[in-house]
Design a protein around this ligand. Structure first.
Ligand code: KIV
Ligand code: ZN
Length: 515
């Protein structure tokens, strides 16, 4: 059996960012890109440069920061998009432009209002233009999963002739079935005369929960690149989860005629980092990275695993980075130990000031919590805001009274643009009272869409990690906060979301473009 390389193309920073509320700042994108590079991801899609000046700068910053992985930028099949992507990627050691146009009848007629011949011509033109910036060009016929096969073959043959080196087949709406999608890939490779001159890639959405299944079926039928995201983040129900694709291929080498070059021990670090930055908590029963993925509850299972791990485990937890969950530091640990542990987690603090700030928070936490785990450190650093200085509002103090039979009451002090301001409020519960007090000061007009609490580690002294989703004028952001006191964690999460909703620019939606 041949053992080809399966290229892993991560689109957490682009399609992942299209999840409502998951938008990331430039610095957050750079941090995630560094973690992906450490994991040896082959291609990092860093964003959609034409979407906004912020996205342009983020792609440019990732291009500057990354040297081992190829950095990719998305562009509709339009000159202005391609030129902007080319410009953003200029500093990259290795760059790729990913250009796309829809090929399904419904998208061509209803969205683009273009004839198939015009779409074909524009696709070819776009690839040729992208080749002026880089010889690494990817083309996607958007909604390929619902396109007519003859037209799809014509478009793909033409773009390969025009210089596309990767042809990516998206199941944009997550409509395909695994056997059908695999068959589609096989047919394309067999029927297109020049198919040997490009790598066939797939990009599957998870609307029916089949994104990973469809991607793997495509791999069995000749695809040699999979586009995926950490934790399966992405538009609507998300994209294929990187960790599931990679671990399936690795675990079932008896079936897959290919391998990835990834350092899978970095998976947990990447998962936590993405979850912390985007505010998208990982469900406990999520494959590979969920808190229960390697936990055995039933007595029969526990007994079996104690006798022989393979009775109920098909992978080793440490192969995906779970062993990192050990006591790392305590209240007597010094600054150097702290810095070294952060470095080994791949967390680089930009300045001494940021290190000092994070270390002070670590000491506060160590006073309240006996054992500090890697997860605590990650939450602490995410929350300590590597972007301190960009905040317009900070939590200074919070006092909450909650007593049986009494109305809960909160007294909050916020720092708002240089000034400390106090407010009090009552509410249905301590969290409600806190949020009302904060709102008295900021009057943001936002709507609370989601509130959730998770334990970062186990035990009653564990930190609670709170996610708050706020909506303002159609824009959605997720804020996160962690603390051993969940009301304080809630206040931090609320303030974090407020900072994001005020700072972030509105981003154009790549697939609602006016091609
Ligand atoms: O889902 C999709 O079709 C996309 C394309 C831009 C590849 O994200
Ligand atoms: Zn997509």
């Amino acid at each position: 059996m041949s053992n080809d390389k399966l290229i892993i193309f991560d689109t957490t920073l682009r399609d992942g960012e299209q999840s409502p509320g998951a938008s990331m700042t430039r610095d957050e994108k750079v941090r995630i890109a560094r973690a992906l590079e450490r994991m040896r991801v082959d291609v990092i899609e860093a964003g959609f440069p034409i979407a906004s000046p912020g996205d342009f700068e983020a792609v440019q910053a990732v291009a500057r920061a990354i040297s081992e992985s190829t950095v990719c930028g998305l562009a509709r099949a339009l000159d202005k998009d391609i030129d902007r992507a080319g410009e953003a990627l200029e500093p990259a050691a290795s760059s790729r432009i990913h250009t796309f146009i829809a090929t399904s009848p419904i998208h061509m007629q209803m969205k683009l209002r273009m004839k198939p011949e015009q779409v074909l011509e524009q696709a070819v033109h776009a690839v040729k233009r992208a080749r002026q910036y880089t010889d690494n060009v990817e083309f996607s016929p958007e909604d390929a999963g619902r396109s007519e096969i003859d037209f799809l073959c014509r478009v793909i043959e033409a773009v390969i002739d025009a210089g596309a080196t990767t042809v990516n087949i998206p199941d944009t709406v997550g409509y395909n079935m695994p056997h059908q999608f695999g068959e589609l890939i096989r047919t394309l490779i067999e029927r297109i005369p020049n198919s040997d001159r490009a790598v066939f890639s797939v990009h599957c959405h998870n609307d029916l929960g089949l994104a990973v299944g469809n991607s793997l079926s495509a791999v069995l039928n000749g695809a040699r690149q999979v586009e995926c995201t950490i934790n399966g983040l992405g538009e609507r129900a998300g994209n294929a989860a990187l960790e599931e694709v990679v671990m399936t291929v690795q675990t079932r080498q008896d079936i897959f005629p290919c391998h990835t070059g990834l350092d899978t021990t970095q998976i947990m670090t990447c998962s936590r980092l993405v979850s912390g930055i985007t505010g998208f908590a990982v469900q406990p029963n999520k494959a590979i990275v969920g808190a229960n993925a390697f936990a055995h509850e039933s007595g029969i299972h526990q007994d079996g695993v104690l006798k022989s791990r393979e009775t109920y485990e098909i992978m080793r937890a440490q192969d995906v980075g779970w062993s990192a969950n050990r006591i790392v530091l305590g209240k007597h640990s010094g600054r150097n130990a702290f810095r070294t542990r952060l470095q080994s987690l791949g967390i680089e603090l930009g300045s001494e000031e940021e290190l000092n700030d994070a270390f002070a928070r670590f000491k506060d936490l160590a006073d309240k919590k006996h054992e500090i785990f890697d997860e605590d450190l990650q939450a602490l650093v995410t929350e300590s805001g590597l972007e301190a200085g960009n905040e317009w509002v900070k939590l200074v103090a919070l006092k909450v009274c909650s007593e049986t039979g009494e109305t809960p009451h909160a007294a909050v002090t916020l720092w708002i643009e240089g000034e400390e301001r106090p407010a009090t409020s009552s509410g249905g519960g301590p969290v409600d009272a806190t949020f009302r007090a904060i709102e008295k000061l900021v009057n943001s007009g936002t709507e609370l869409q989601l509130y959730s609490v998770n334990n970062i580690t186990s035990g009653t002294d564990a930190q609670g990690e709170v996610t708050v989703r706020l909506q303002l004028d159609g824009r959605i952001v997720n804020g996160q906060g962690a603390d051993t006191d969940i009301v304080i964690a809630s206040a931090k999460a609320y303030v974090n979301a407020l900072n994001k909703i005020i700072q972030r620019e509105e981003r154009a939606h790549p697939q609602l473009g006016d091609v």
